[in-house]
Each structure stands twice: as structure tokens, then as C-alpha cells.
Design a binder for this molecule. Structure first.
Ligand code: UGA
Length: 440
């Protein structure tokens, strides 16, 4: 099929390359010329395992091109909207300016019979509004909402082999228009469908809600276990054993029950807030009042981390040397949006500590966004002379640190495991004071 992908950030770049990999003819479009140039050279403008290889492979087939020209979308049968929907400044609601701008730009180029498929995470009701604009511009074009569930760090795999496909189609499943939209999307996703990927065909609003409901559930799971961590801290219990034990119940499951510094990134935090804002507009804010607690529990973990560091340093962090391992919001990503690690680093610096931050992939982004923090190229360099080491993003190379060798570089062998990934016994045996969130 001929496909356009509008917006080539974390979502769109991976989607464009993956669609080409599935055999389609794809044009990726973005207003950022530097990003387009980099993608066209086969260089991913952000860190995503497997994406550079996929870009080079698909570019060399001639099936994938990148451009800043929206007119290049004119030939496509399906247009994927992959632009960002960040949190509005000073408000909980989502900022839809990029979605609106993308649709405005695309409308004059819509061909009869084409389908606009929204992938961005949007407030419920957006698809219906955009469908009216599409119908006005080209009565024979359609809109569908096809939310994306990829995780950064696994984006290529999640796109090529998704765990489910959700289509929100015009007039709902089974209607004439709905069946036409479904047939087009089935052709796009013929590869994953042949692998028996479950497919849910529904109306616009359900499809929009599926996405925010999924992210809200994930955020709730993380905050639930972090609330248990607070209880463990008050009682001397161990939250990692608690998570293992409740996780054996298949109804609960062990995934997303890793207690620690909590969730960040460009999705979970802003999605739960936008969902609360939208519920308020719909007059059902009470239904999502619990998400306020989910958010509050999550933010409290960052404060607790600073307090724990102070405790470990004997009551004050003023003039103390602090090594922060990790700047990305999670490992295998260079994304620093709402990064818990950088939030903690900045709080500690503001409170008088000398903080050195390191990260295997996110340093350039961190330095740009947080120029007042100081950075070191490696964990060893960050920890040289440190009074306390904070492991805040669980990159494999930090999990693999040898406590004996690492103990040689620091001034004081104190470590706080913000992600509960180190072996406390091994670190204590090497002479370290080991502390963690939610563990004795
Ligand atoms: C999340 C969802 O997992 C994806 O399904 C969704 O498509 C995506 O948002 C999106 O809306 O685009 P992502 O933001 O890449 O994906 O990150 P996650 O893997 O969900 O992790 C989010 C945060 O939760 C990270 O800061 C991570 O460290 C934290 N986390 C995760 C925990 O603190 N504990 C856990 O057990 C799991």
C-alpha cells in the first residue's frame, strides 16, 4: 500500500520504517528539516534499539522516503497521524495544536477513498471532531482511530508484532463506512494479522478510551506497588518480595510491579493528567479522582529519594558529592521527558549538593534541557569522590557494576538503589551501605 506517516518522532519514525518493512511504500513527513535529513540518511534522531538497522534496511529498498513536504502525502491511500500531544503548559489538558496543524496541512491533499488513521494519544471526542473536517474536505475520504501501544526501547518489536490492534472506525464496527476503513487497515496490517494478532474493531470513542485506559491502568499498577513501598518503609517489610508474592497470582501478575522511583516519560504522566482533565469536562471527574492519588504517590517517590539520600549522608546533603546514575526516564531510551532521575538530580543540586549525572544514551538531551546540572561520561567518572551514589535509571551496565571495583572510586561507599535492581547482599558484602526504596 501507499502510506504516509505524518510526524516522525519516537512514534512516527518507528511506524514509518516498520510499515516499509511490512512491504508498503511509505513517505514519512515532518516539519523539522534536521530530523528529516537525519532519518533520510538512515540515522535515528533518537536512541531506539534496532531502529538504525531497520531504517538502513528499508531505505535501501526504496520503499521509504522522508520529506518536509506535506504534498508528498497526496498519493497515499492511508495517512497515519503520529504527532505529539504534550501536556499544556500550566494545565492538565493535552495540547492538540500539533494534531490540528497536521490535519489542516493534510486536508487539501486528501484523495477520494483515502483513510486518515490517527495514532496519537488524544482526548476522547477528538476523532469525531476531526472526522467532520475530513468529510468536509473530501467527502469520499474517511478517518479511523488506531491507537498505538508501543513502548520506547521495544518500539520496533512492538510495532512489527503488536499484542493487539484496535481500530476505531466511522459509525462503528460493521457499518458500511466502518467495513471500508477496517478493510484498508487490514491491508496495512496484513503481516501482524497473519500472526493472529488480536484485533478489536469499535467506534471512535472506545478506541480513544482504550489507549488512555491502558496507560492509566499501567500507571495505577506502578503507583499501587509504590504505595506498598511506603507501607514497607514504615514497617520494615520488603516490597520486592511482596511484589513477587502477589505477582504469582495470575489475576494480579508480576509485570509493572517494580517499585522504585516511579514512572516518567512522555506518556504515562501526561496521559493520566489529560484523562482527568477530559473527565472533568465530561462531568465525570469523580470517576478518575483516584488518578490524582496515582500521580501524587508517584511524585512522592522523588521526594522520598532525596530524603533517603540526606539520611544516608548523615542528615545533610549540603556540599556532599552525589553521583546520579541515569538521566533517561527508563533504560534503553534517551528520552528525558519528565525523567524521575533528572528531577531528583535537580532537587538535590538546588538543596546544595554537588551532583554529577551520567547516562549511556541520554546525556546530550539532558545537557540541553538541564544545562545547570553537571555531567560525567561514565558511571566511574560520576562516582569519583562521591559521598553517595544514586542508581535512578536501571541500565544494564549499572546493574552489572562490580561493587568491589566500584568501591575503589567513591569517597564513601553509600548507594541508594532507586530501581530495586541490585543484589543488596553482594553490595553489603563489599562494604557498602545499601539502601533502597521500600526495602529494609
Ligand atoms: C508507555 C506504555 O507502556 C506503552 O504501552 C504506551 O504505548 C506508551 O506509554 C505510549 O503511550 O506511547 P513508555 O512511556 O515507553 O510506554 O514506558 P513504560 O515502559 O510504560 O515505562 C513508563 C515508566 O514507568 C518508566 O519511567 C519506568 O521506569 C516506570 N516503571 C515501569 C516503573 O517504575 N515500574 C514498573 O514496574 C514499570
Amino acid at each position: 500500500m501507499r502510506i504516509s506517516v505524518i510526524g516522525c518522532g519516537y512514534l512516527g519514525a518507528v511506524h514509518a520504517a516498520s510499515m516499509a518493512r511490512l512491504g508498503h511504500q511509505v513517505v514519512g513527513i515532518d516539519t523539522d528539516a534536521a530530523k528529516v535529513d537525519s532519518l533520510a540518511r538512515g540515522e535515528a534522531p533518537f536512541y531506539e534499539p534496532g531502529l538504525p538497522e531497520l531504517l538502513r534496511e528499508t531505505l535501501s529498498t526504496g520503499r521509504l522516503i522522508f520529506t518536509t513536504e506535506i504534498a508528498a502525502a497526496g498519493d497515499a491511500q492511508v495517512h497515519f497521524l503520529c504527532v505529539g500531544t504534550p501536556q499544556k503548559r500550566g494545565e492538565y489538558a493535552a495540547d492538540l495544536r500539533y494534531v490540528d496543524a497536521a490535519v489542516d496541512a493534510l486536508l487539501p491533499h486528501l484523495a477520494p477513498g483515502s483513510l486518515v488513521a490517527g495514532k496519537s494519544t488524544v482526548p476522547v471526542g477528538t476523532a469525531r471532531r476531526l472526522a467532520a473536517l475530513v468529510a468536509e474536505a473530501e467527502p469520499d475520504a474517511m478517518l479511523a482511530w488506531n491507537p498505538e501501544f508501543l513502548r520506547e526501547g521495544y518500539a520496533v518489536k512492538d510495532t512489527l508484532h503488536p499484542d493487539r490492534l484496535v481500530y476505531g472506525v466511522p459509525d462503528g464496527a460493521g457499518s458500511d463506512a466502518g467495513l471500508r476503513a477496517e478493510a484498508l487497515l487490514d491491508e496495512v496490517y496484513a503481516g501482524p494479522l497473519a500472526e493472529h494478532t488480536p484485533k478489536v474493531v469499535t467506534d471512535y470513542t472506545t478506541a480513544e478510551l482504550v489507549k488512555v485506559a491502558a496507560n492509566s491502568f499501567l500507571a495505577t499498577k506502578i503507583s499501587f506497588i509504590n504505595a506498598m513501598a511506603e507501607l514497607c518503609e514504615a514497617t520494615g517489610a520488603d516490597v520486592t518480595q511482596l511484589a513477587d508474592a502477589i505477582g504469582h497470582d495470575a489475576r494480579i501478575g508480576r509485570k509493572f510491579l517494580n517499585a522504585g522511583l516511579g514512572f516518567g516519560g512522555g506518556c504515562l504522566p501526561k496521559d493520566i493528567r489529560a484523562f482527568m482533565a477530559r473527565a472533568g469536562e465530561l462531568g465525570v471527574d469523580q470517576a478518575l479522582a483516584f488518578l490524582r492519588q496515582v500521580d501524587a504517590i508517584n511524585m512522592r517517590r522523588r521526594v522520598r529519594m532525596v530524603d533517603l539520600a540526606r539520611e544516608v549522608c548523615g542528615g545533610s546533603i549540603v556540599d556532599r558529592n552525589v553521583a546520579v546514575l541515569g538521566a533517561a526516564f527508563k533504560p534503553d531510551s534517551d528520552d528525558i521527558r519528565d525523567s524521575p532521575a533528572l528531577n531528583v538530580a535537580a532537587q538535590m543540586q538546588l538543596q546544595g549538593a554537588h551532583v554529577l549525572v551520567t547516562d549511556p544514551a541520554a546525556m546530550a538531551n539532558a545537557e540541553k534541557a538541564w544545562p545547570d546540572l553537571s555531567y560525567a561520561p561514565t558511571a566511574q567518572a560520576a562516582a569519583a569522590g562521591a559521598d553517595v551514589v544514586l542508581l535512578l535509571t536501571e541500565w544494564q551496565e549499572y546493574r552489572d557494576l562490580d561493587p568491589t571495583a566500584f568501591g575503589q572510586v567513591v569517597a564513601g561507599k553509600r548507594i541508594i538503589d532507586g530501581r530495586n535492581v541490585l543484589d543488596p547482599a553482594a553490595w553489603r558484602a563489599a562494604g557498602w551501605t545499601y539502601r533502597a526504596l521500600g526495602r529494609p
